[in-house]
Design a protein around this ligand. Structure first.
Ligand code: DGJ
Length: 388
């Protein structure tokens, strides 16, 4: 009997004895033709995958022979540095089980001098003015926070656009989330190197609505990206000090917002609901927005809202997680929803380890749509090919 099957049997027995504690079982790492939620997940080089707070999508990528092909791309935080200075890592796969590391595609700076002395950074920023270099270092120095990176391929420009939660302390406050901005980087390749362009505050609460945090306008923290069927890009993010989610339409280049008209260019949803870790998808003509509550690295109850139009009315569909562990999203926080080659939807969650962030785990679970509602069930081990 294979070792992991034996482990499963033992876990099943423990489940009978200890109920939900099995969700926390620490299993051996594998590179299997199956998903083992919560286990260490190694890449094809045998190294634990570092792609936290990430995004998985099928994407046009270079084929290595001067042409292009489509592969699955997993973008996320490489947390080997710990909490700050996290480079953005990219992995590729064809089957969603075996992932090849393509490199850290957006890197933070140890010193401002690297922009003149290190060939990697010199190529990206060497021609910037001294003032621009100081600004770049202030945004992506190694003591800064770079979280929840997400990428879109822009067909108009045939390039790749990366947005992320850019944060850090300020002169006024040593709290590492005092900045609350959306960072932008671009590259001609999904495998980088990405050039940091800038960081921005985004849409603001319009006149006539109650701003839940009026002292800090346009904040952008936990975020995600979504491209609609017609190529229109959206950025969804938590704002107003994590109290209100916003969805803002991107311009055609995906490098900024489309405008400032409320209900056309952006919408504010669930004011005061305190949601973060948003994920926006479309299935069968309906939009689904999943998010977590706001409890730091600790897991909490997820919720899904759905709508026929992004700028329209959103319906509260409640907690998508079903069964034991549903109150804490099976001990995860949402970060991705994506489709397997057979169209089956998969939930990607982070199981954070706050005392050793690089050892945070990935929990991928099957998603179903029951009567127009997104649902997620726990599985010990599963494949996207089975039960479709
Ligand atoms: C919850 C967020 O979702 C994470 O990305 C991270 O910012 C933690 N908070 C930090 O406590």
């Amino acid at each position: 009997m294979p070792f992991h099957r034996l482990v499963d049997l033992v876990l099943a027995l423990l489940m009978l004895l200890h109920g939900g504690e099995m969700l926390h079982a620490n299993r051996e790492s594998t590179v299997e033709d199956s998903f083992l939620p919560g286990a260490v997940w190694n890449d094809t080089d045998g190294q634990p995958i570092q792609a936290h707070g990430g995004q998985v999508q099928r994407m046009i990528v270079p084929d290595g022979a001067g042409g292009k092909t489509e592969r699955y791309v997993w973008v996320g935080e490489d947390k080997r540095n710990g909490h700050t200075g996290n480079p953005v890592a990219v992995y590729t796969s064809d089957d969603l089980y075996h992932w090849s590391f393509q490199g850290d595609v957006l890197r933070s700076l140890e010193t401002p001098e690297q922009m003149d002395s290190d060939p990697y950074f010199q190529a990206l920023y060497g021609s910037c003015t001294a003032e621009e270099k100081a600004d770049i270092f202030a945004c992506i120095g190694q003591d800064k926070v770079m979280e929840r990176p997400k990428m879109l391929y822009n067909a108009k420009n045939d390039n790749y656009v990366l947005w992320f939660h850019s944060d850090g302390s300020t002169e006024k406050n040593s709290y590492s989330y005092d900045v609350g901005m959306a960072g932008l980087a671009v590259s001609d390749s999904p495998f980088g190197p990405f050039r940091f362009v800038g960081r921005y505050r985004l849409s603001q609460c319009p006149p006539g609505q109650i701003d839940c945090y009026p002292t800090s306008k346009g904040e952008a923290r936990d975020m995600n990206l979504f491209a609609d069927d017609d190529g229109t890009g959206y950025i969804v993010y938590t704002s107003e000090n994590n109290k209100t989610l916003y969805i803002s339409r991107l311009n055609e280049d995906y490098t900024g917002l489309s405008g400032e008209e409320y209900g056309v260019d952006y919408v504010r949803i669930f004011p005061g609901a305190m949601r973060e870790a948003p994920v926006l998808i479309k299935e069968d003509g309906r939009y689904y927005l999943m998010s977590s509550s706001t409890t730091g690295w600790a897991s909490n109850e997820a919720r899904v809202w759905s709508a026929d139009r992004i700028m329209g009315r959103w319906r509260n569909d409640g907690n998508p997680c079903v069964g034991r562990g549903q109150g804490v999203s099976f001990d995860t926080q949402s970060t991705a929803l994506f489709q397997a080659p057979n169209g089956r939807w998969i939930y990607g969650g982070d199981r954070w380890n706050s005392t050793n962030l690089s050892d945070s785990r990935y929990v991928w679970l099957p998603v179903t749509f029951e009567n127009g509602k997104l649902q997620i069930h726990w599985e010990q081990e599963w494949t996207w090919e089975d039960g479709a």
